[in-house]
Design a protein around this ligand. Structure first.
Ligand SMILES: C[S@@+](CC[C@H](N)C(=O)[O-])C[C@H]1O[C@@H](n2cnc3c(N)ncnc32)[C@H](O)[C@@H]1O
Length: 153
């Protein structure tokens, strides 16, 4: 990581950005330090989806998903522009999946009313309210206000 950080600083120095602007980046505006860099990587990791490719047809989704889980078949992590806007719900109405390639697809988990917000689940929702709240608070830094949590289900 140290090496990547040095590369990042070096890349900045190789651009048309003036020394004065780099000084501002490093010392005043962004504070381009290792701590800042670690923080950025941490934010990216939190917002990334674990991509699991289920090669095959939609018709046999459950079997494909089960095979993918058993094989621990993650192909990597990726941050997606639009899916990054989905809020979390401990009783979600939608789910992200990947078929054949790394294009993220959204699958409805039940009928969704026109205008209803699409919400996905960031964690294992089978846990109790306190455990879910603790993970979302410590790991994702927010207090979950979904219907299930508010009704303590
Ligand atoms: C990946 S972003 C989702 C998009 C975000 N709402 C936005 O407008 O950019 C995750 C953030 O949304 C908020 N959020 C998502 N689900 C939530 C929930 N169930 N209860 C409270 N806040 C939630 C939290 O602030 C969380 O850090």
């Amino acid at each position: 990581m140290q090496e990547e950080f040095v590369l990042l600083r070096g890349a900045l120095e190789d651009t048309d950005i003036t020394d004065e602007q780099i000084a501002l980046l490093i010392f005043d505006i962004i504070v381009l330090t290792m701590q800042w860099y670690t923080g950025v990587l941490a934010q990216i990791r939190i917002n990334a989806f674990r991509v699991e490719l289920a090669a095959g047809l939609y018709t046999d989704l459950f079997a494909l998903a089960a095979a993918s889980v058993e094989a621990e078949a993650a192909v990597g992590n990726a941050v997606y522009m639009l899916p990054s806007f989905y809020n979390h719900d401990c009783d979600p109405n939608a789910h992200i999946l990947w078929i054949e390639n790394v294009d993220a697809r959204l699958k409805a988990l039940r009928d969704i009313e026109a205008g209803e917000e699409l919400r996905i689940c960031y964690i294992d929702a089978s846990m109790g309210t306190d455990a879910r709240q603790a993970i979302l608070s410590k790991g994702f830094c927010f207090q979950c206000r979904c219907h299930r949590c508010l009704s303590n289900e």
